[in-house]
Design a protein around this ligand. Structure first.
Ligand code: FNR
Length: 406
């Protein structure tokens, strides 16, 4: 296999291997993509505190996420139609995560079904839920996840209406691709991808087609999906899910301190601070920039996780320093999947792990669970990083920063 040094090299390789329609489904944000870009750019604005003469010969990266052991504080985020980045993509990614000892989260709108992934893996994986109008179907999905042994349900709250992604429209995205002459000519340029897709029977929405009433094929699926995302979702529905799901419940898509406080009171085990990787509300702040405020708002009331914009182990360390206990990667593993299947996802995890490990050493940190905001150097105005409480510890101009926070 080609040697990949970092996630960027995996991205470049994936771009060559995956048909544009599906590559750009991943590598894009909504509308102007300003939030998508900010997610990564704001990580780059943070600086580490370099510490020397600390014995870092023994370093501990393992942790627990919602009480479940993980070999590092990183999991694979739920991503729709990962099975279009590479044939059987969800199974391959779940296997890579299993061998690495980190959680894999299967999306509601995956290609491989809950049962497919359960059949091809041993370790329990997590399941992500979108609320649909058909509550009977949601109950059946919850039961299927329970039967498959999923210990965690990740309930996504920020996609009851879909933010428009211009590139998907331009590319005529559909799963599987429509067999028009234009698409066929395009797909012919990706022979390895096509060969994989011809070998597998998994080319549609495995959790939905054949399970949701009336959805028998791809035609009826599109019609069903367009009508089903439920815009009436409120905190009451979270209680409804909580009553039906006995395992751990994680709420995903929180970006506001008030929402975080409400979430902490509704029986969830953790929240994921997330803007859906910049795919939903363009113009929303980057996740890393709001994380410290949310950490202050919830204190120890609920476990805090985050995603969006993480492309390196260094980003993971920065997120932990800003208050997260766990971090998820979306695109970083999808690039690996598109570039080289299971081995590519494994490589993405190796890269993240080794960058995290090395950066901890250079910061004089030996335990991933002991990372605090003193791992970071200075905080810059314009990025909402420090709360009033934490400002008192920093040597930055307090007045100037307070106004930047408002
Ligand atoms: C996503 N995301 C997502 N989230 C979710 O809850 N259910 C889903 O089906 C999907 N689908 C999806 C597809 C693709 C292609 C991407 C890139 C993302 C959002 C995902 O879980 C996570 O929030 C972001 O991917 C995090 O941002 P990064 O790591 O991709 O920058």
């Amino acid at each position: 296999m080609t040697y990949f040094s970092d996630i960027e090299e995996l991205r470049q390789h994936a771009k060559r291997k995956v048909p544009k329609m599906f590559y750009e489904y991943v590598d894009a944000g909504s509308w102007t993509e300003s939030t998508y870009r900010a997610n990564c750019e704001d990580f780059a604005k943070l600086h580490f505190r370099q510490k020397v003469a600390v014995d870092f010969s023994h370093r501990k990266l393992d942790t627990k996420l919602v009480g479940i052991p993980s070999s590092m504080p990183v999991g694979l985020a739920p991503t729709g139609i990962a099975g279009m980045q590479h044939a059987d993509g969800e199974i391959l990614a779940a296997r890579a995560a299993e061998r690495f000892g980190v959680p894999f989260t299967l999306s509601t709108v995956s290609v491989c079904s809950i049962e497919d992934v359960a059949e091809h893996t041993h370790a329990p994986f997590w399941f992500q839920l979108y609320m649909m109008k058909d509550r009977g179907f949601i109950e059946s999905l919850i039961q299927r996840a329970e039967r498959a042994g999923c210990p965690v349900l990740v309930f996504t709250l920020d996609l009851q209406i879909q933010g428009q992604r211009h590139r998907d429209r331009r590319n005529g995205l559909s799963t599987p691709p429509k067999l028009t002459l234009r698409n066929l000519a395009h797909l012919a340029r990706y022979p390895a991808w096509c060969a994989g897709m011809l070998r597998t029977s998994r080319r549609s929405f495995g959790n939905i087609v054949g399970h949701a009433p009336g959805v028998t094929g791809i035609g009826s699926m599109a019609e069903w999906a367009a009508k089903q995302f439920d815009p009436t979702l409120t905190w009451k529905d979270i209680e409804w899910v909580r009553q039906r799901w006995k395992g751990k419940l994680v709420l995903k898509g929180i970006l506001d301190p008030e929402d975080a406080k409400t979430a902490a009171k509704c029986g969830a085990d953790a929240i994921i601070v997330s803007n859906h990787g910049g795919r939903q509300l363009d113009g929303a702040p980057s996740t890393i920039s709001v994380l410290p405020r949310i950490a202050d708002a919830v204190q120890d009331d609920i476990e805090l996780h985050m995603d969006s914009g993480v492309r390196s182990g260094q980003d993971v360390l920065k997120a932990l320093a800003c208050g997260a206990r766990g971090v998820y990667i979306g695109r970083a593993f999808l690039y690996g999947l598109g570039a080289a299947g299971e081995a590519g996802v494994t490589r993405a995890l190796e890269i993240i792990r080794s960058e995290l490990d090395m950066t901890m050493a250079l910061c004089g940190i030996t335990d991933v669970n002991a990372i605090g905001n003193d791992a970071l150097m200075e905080i810059r105005p314009g990025i909402h990083l420090m709360s009033e409480v934490r400002l008192s510890d920093s040597n930055v101009d307090k007045e100037r920063l307070s106004s930047a926070l408002r």
